[in-house]
Design a protein around this ligand. Structure first.
Ligand code: FEO
Length: 174
């Protein structure tokens, strides 16, 4: 019996390849944040951000596999250097939230495109990303609220940094 393979439309493949680029840039950006916080002695924040960077790479890989398994060609993008210095830890997490909001917008655009193109398979696949963005945005907002509460209190910052490492599942700690 002939195997029916669901083929991606070019327009969807192009949008997913753009998302690969965005997830890769997220991973690089958070890696840079992790490195910066590590040099500032913020080891809890740094562990959290190293793990977050790994997660973004996993988001990218899921897209690579999806495109290739559906007869498309996943394109691995060139690396662009992200910002390497930050004004403060609050600046780090403000940048992270801003970046995640861009990612959410991009994912929502792909979901909309899938509906326009009646590509319900990719639409279904993208629901995982929709749910993930909700979680990531909520976490970034919670972290920022805590940081804003702490303000310039050094003791508070110490405890915040120590506690942030607890947000990482034990088997994913770097
Ligand atoms: Fe994969 Fe946080 O976007």
């Amino acid at each position: 019996m002939k195997k029916i393979i669901f083929m991606l439309k070019d327009i969807i493949e192009k949008a997913l390849n753009k998302q690969i680029e965005l997830e890769a840039s997220s991973s690089q950006f958070y890696l840079s944040m992790a490195s910066w916080t590590e040099t500032k002695g913020l080891s809890g924040s740094s562990s959290f951000l190293y793990q977050h960077s790994d997660e973004e790479r996993m988001h990218m890989l899921k897209l690579v596999k999806f495109i290739n398994e559906r007869g498309g060609n996943a394109l691995i993008p060139a690396l662009i250097q992200p910002p390497t210095t930050f004004k403060s830890l609050t600046h780090v997490f403000e940048s992270l939230l801003e970046h995640e909001l861009n990612v959410t917008e991009s994912i929502n655009n792909i979901v909309g495109l899938c509906l326009e193109e009646k590509d319900f398979t990719t639409h279904n696949f993208m629901q995982w990303y929709v749910a993930e963005q909700l979680e990531e945005e909520a976490l970034a907002r919670t972290i920022l609220d805590r940081l804003n509460m702490i303000g310039n209190d050094k003791g508070g910052l110490y405890l915040f940094d120590r506690d942030l490492s607890k947000e990482i599942p034990q088997d994913e700690q770097v």
